[in-house]
Design a protein around this ligand. Structure first.
Ligand code: MV4
Length: 445
């Protein structure tokens, strides 16, 4: 059992974890950098420790400082949130070696999924569909060209140690493949300290559909349905929804079974997400995110499951409270509200001079900002998540327009106007989504 949780994060997710700890009757410790002294996660936790300067490397990513904060305050568990050290298997091991509970998956499961080529091989062995491609890292341009000839162009080179869109290169023919092979290897080596790359058939306009899973230490794995996350720009998601307009009950069952197999294949425990590409009736495993995700609330809305509370239960050794895959209730959509220019996407940090949050039926806002708060330039630009829930997708869209129209954030530019424009887009309204949506949307004006 655990009794005091240190939250190794900041922003809205730190508040979300504090909320779950309160529900579970657990004490909370927050950590903060020097620029985050006036943050709500500091005020709302039972205790808080300053762990270093603004730069994330010196504070939220400083293992020694985070562990020391836990030791000093007597925390017996650490929740990493998302980003920062959430998928750092080395950190997870240190937490455990220090006698504390890691509120997340086993370090070996993080590692198994962190190596993308290994993840591909591991899930394939369990019958999970993957795109045609190489099963071992490519050794040379000739090796790459030979694999590409057998599967056909276009192909995509991906870094074995990559993920989330970093270190990828598309080749439409053998000439392009020869050109990008060395670049891809060099980039992977520079970005991840590992130059291994593998190759897959490239889909030009797929949907990104992911499955939420929960697994407990009793060996139970439950898939909680999908989220459609196709609306993204430069691998930053903007809008996520559950269920996906493209998924019917039969496909959902197949994808949930595949996701549960993928999780079981690596001995997964805790909340996780299995990402698939979907195109023309077929789905293919892409990668598994071994953390709670930004967009988890849309799954909470349609399943009624408190995913962070389940993470706490599971980490404490209790069985999850979910017996089988929940029936989905209605439709939920999340809008990420960033402090950035809605046209250029340039960050727009600064003081929040005015704030009015929407509410009412079917509206949830997860945010850490308040009037008078200054958004520092050092971290990501997410300032709020609006989650709307309705009986149907149409009702959710109506509620989104109402809530975004009543959302007041003064002093910084935000993505609210962009979301209102997307909501008027016929392709969005009709659910005709793909990872190319934002490009089409941006270049048509
Ligand atoms: C792909 C792909 C098309 N074909 N793999 C991007 C993030 C990383 N997880 C994998 N990604 C992709 N892999 C094959 N074989 C297209 C993407 C991709 C993408 C995926 C999901 C959401 C947005 C995306 C935007 C561009 C490319």
């Amino acid at each position: 059992m655990i009794s005091k949780v240190l939250i190794a994060n900041r922003g809205e997710i730190a508040l979300r974890i504090i909320a779950a700890c309160r529900e579970a009757g657990l004490a909370t410790v927050s950590i903060h950098s020097e620029v985050d002294r006036d943050s709500l996660h500091v005020r709302l936790a039972d205790e808080s420790v300053c762990i270093g300067p603004a730069a994330a490397n010196a504070s939220y990513l400083n293992i020694t400082a985070v562990i020391a904060a836990a030791e000093i305050t007597g925390a017996d568990a650490i929740h990493p949130g998302y980003g920062f050290m959430a998928e750092n298997a080395h950190f997870a091991e240190i937490v455990q070696e220090c006698g504390m509970t890691w509120i997340g998956p086993p370090p070996d499961a993080i590692r198994a999924m962190g190596d993308k080529a290994n993840a591909r091989r591991t899930v394939t062995a369990r019958g999970v569909p993957v795109l045609p491609g190489s099963t071992e890292p490519l050794t040379s341009r000739e090796d790459a060209a030979a694999v590409a000839e057998t599967i056909g162009y276009p192909v995509i080179l991906k870094a074995t140690a990559g993920g989330g869109g970093k270190g990828m290169r598309v080749a439409r023919d053998s000439r392009e493949l020869k050109q990008v092979f060395d670049t891809a290897r060099h980039e992977a080596e520079k970005a991840f300290g590992n130059g291994d790359v593998y190759l897959e058939k490239y889909l030009t306009a797929p949907r990104h559909i992911e499955i939420q899973v929960l697994a407990d230490s009793q060996g139970k794995v439950v898939a909680l349905g999908e989220r459609e996350c196709s609306i993204q720009r430069r691998h930053q998601k903007l809008i996520e929804e559950a269920p996906s307009p493209a998924v019917d009950a039969e496909l959902r069952q197949k994808m949930c079974d595949a996701a549960a197999e993928a999780a079981a294949a690596v001995g997964y425990v805790s909340a996780g997400t299995v990402e698939f590409l979907y195109d023309d009736g077929q789905f293919y495993f892409m990668e598994m995110n071994t953390r709670i995700q930004v967009e988890h609330p849309v799954t909470e809305a349609v399943t009624g499951v408190d995913l962070v509370l389940e993470q706490l239960r599971i980490a404490g050794g209790q069985p999850m409270s979910v017996r089988r895959r929940p029936r989905l209730n209605g439709h939920a959509i999340e809008f990420r509200i960033n402090a950035e220019d809605p046209v250029t996407f340039a960050p727009s940090p600064g003081e929040i001079t005015e704030l009015a949050l929407p509410g009412g039926p079917g509206v949830r806002v997860d945010t850490h900002i308040y009037r008078g708060y200054t958004i520092p330039p050092n971290y990501d630009s997410l300032v709020a998540k609006l989650i709307v829930h309705g009986a149907s997708r149409r009702e959710a869209i109506r509620r989104a327009k109402r809530a975004l129209g009543m959302f007041v954030i003064g002093g910084v530019r935000t993505s609210i106007p962009l979301h209102l424009r997307i909501l008027e887009e016929p392709d969005f309204v009709e659910g005709r989504l793909s990872t190319g949506f934002m490009e089409r949307f941006a270049t048509r004006e």
